[in-house]
Design a protein around this ligand. Structure first.
Ligand SMILES: Cc1cc2nc3c(=O)[nH]c(=O)nc-3n(C[C@H](O)[C@H](O)[C@H](O)COP(=O)(O)OP(=O)(O)OC[C@H]3O[C@@H](n4cnc5c(N)ncnc54)[C@H](O)[C@@H]3O)c2cc1C
Length: 422
């Protein structure tokens, strides 16, 4: 049986970032993934936002009413599918139990600290390795149609100001100055909140570029290779099994996103991470001179429009539907509708029928914080459960994981993310 220092299962954002961080520290790393390349599952066509400004978990106080109402509303931003309900117990109960104001605020603070640290590491890797991923450092803007929506956005931002979040309320004129293409709809907006430190870019290109750098540093990637089970010797994980081979390792890292449960459950480990489906639409902007300058978040629709070089990405919606991979027409239509509401003139030009719809599963933990660290099985580590923040937190989670694996003081408080909290 071959022997390895560290095996990472999963070459999405979490796995590739972990491989890079561990290799930087001198570990001998092998990454296995079912897909034929890096970043082809949930990390493929996400909204492209690096947003420490959005650390709030999606189980905000009152979420149960929204989910109940969604059963009857095909267009609601958050959608619960009746057929998925049995599979959501007990995860769903934990998700709801964590929606108290106190827990929600504590999770937002912990997520903010990790996201901020993560953005710094993302910028450092970009600069060091000259990574190309249509990166923009122009901030993000959350637009509010209703003056009543501005107040909660202001309060949420203020709650993070002491932790270091910079933000600014913009009136209509200031909003249009930042994003001139919003001029057409300015009279429908009450204003916006601007977050100057947020960034954006193409997460898939970033994953691929970082994987190439990691490979150049000596990380081995074995694509087209599915891990069927973990090898357990007296409570210690000592390797992995695929259909064709067994590989021993000193440490194994699970970075399998929403699919983590499949490898963990046979060991009796129940880490509450479930898929929450989201959609995106990618549009060709190559013939366009006037392009959006920065990502615009429409809070009411849980959706965002992000310029990614020659493409425009519209993404969002949260569907609690288990692992149902169907691209539902009405959810895709919601994204077209959003684009029409935010940039009517752009929508007119870009919605030609050639736009590319996609859906993916956010790996969402029941308490809205990622799961990073050693599990209750010795030698088995995990980094998943990042939900809507998987890119924002990827590089920081990798830095935290690598420090923990090397027995060092964590760079951000680690207890909030511990795999042993469940
Ligand atoms: C619509 C949408 C918009 C989003 N927008 C943003 C955003 O703007 N900003 C942000 O920060 N986050 C965003 N996210 C979230 C982010 O994309 C995810 O959190 C992130 O991609 C998860 O990365 P991951 O590496 O954990 O999982 P994945 O990318 O799913 O990677 C897991 C990998 O593990 C592999 N795998 C699984 N099981 C096995 C096995 N048994 N053997 C071998 N390989 C296996 C899979 O093939 C896969 O490649 C969005 C998500 C969605 C759906």
């Amino acid at each position: 049986m071959a022997k390895q220092d560290v095996i990472i299962i999963g070459a999405g954002l979490a796995g590739v970032a972990a491989a890079h961080a561990l290799r930087e520290r001198g570990h001998d790393v092998l990454v296995l993934d079912t897909h034929p390349g890096a970043g082809l599952e949930t990390s493929f066509a996400n909204a492209g936002a690096l947003t420490p400004s959005e650390p709030e978990p999606w189980n905000a106080p009152g979420v149960h009413w929204k989910l109940l109402a969604s059963l009857a509303d095909p267009h609601s931003a958050m959608k619960l599918r009746l057929h998925a309900l049995p599979g959501l117990i007990p995860w769903g109960l934990q998700f709801l139990a964590n929606s108290t104001r106190k827990r929600h605020e504590a999770a937002a603070l912990a997520n903010f600290a990790l996201s901020r640290y993560s953005l710094g590491r993302t910028q450092a890797a970009r600069d060091q390795h000259k990574l190309e991923f249509a990166n923009l450092a122009n901030g993000t803007m959350k637009v509010c149609r209703d003056a009543r929506a501005l107040e909660p956005a202001r309060q949420a931002s203020q709650a993070l100001a002491d932790a270091g979040l910079r933000w600014e309320i913009l009136d209509r004129a200031a909003m249009v100055k930042r994003e001139p293409l919003l001029a057409d709809v300015a009279d429908q907006m009450a204003g916006a909140v601007f977050y100057p430190d947020d960034e954006s870019g193409d997460a898939h290109r970033f994953t691929q570029a970082l994987a190439a750098i990691a490979a150049g540093m000596g990380v081995r990637f074995e694509y087209g290779s599915t891990v069927d089970s973990l090898i357990d010797r007296a409570g210690r994980i000592i390797g992995i099994r695929t259909a064709t081979e067994e590989i021993e390792a000193d440490q194994v890292v699970i970075a399998t996103g929403h699919a983590s449960r499949r490898l963990l459950a046979p060991l009796g480990l129940h880490i509450p991470v479930r898929p929450v489906k989201g959609y995106s639409l990618s549009l060709d902007m190559s013939g366009l001179n006037d392009r959006p300058a920065l990502p615009v978040v429409d809070d009411a629709l849980h959706a965002i429009v992000t310029p990614l070089g020659d493409r425009l990405r519209v993404a969002g919606t949260a569907e609690f539907a288990g692992e149902d991979r169907r691209l539902r027409a009405e959810r895709v239509e919601n994204l077209r509708l959003l684009l029409r509401r935010v940039y009517p003139a752009l929508a007119e030009r870009l919605l030609t029928g050639d736009e590319k719809p996609w859906c993916g599963f956010r790996p969402m933990s029941a308490d809205g914080r990622p799961v990073i660290g050693e599990t209750r099985a010795k030698g088995l580590w995990i980094t998943t459960g990042h939900g809507h923040l998987g890119w924002t937190q990827a590089m920081g989670s990798a830095g935290l994981l690598a420090a923990l694996m090397d027995g060092e003081t964590p760079p951000v408080p680690a207890e909030a993310f511990s795999a042993k909290r469940f």
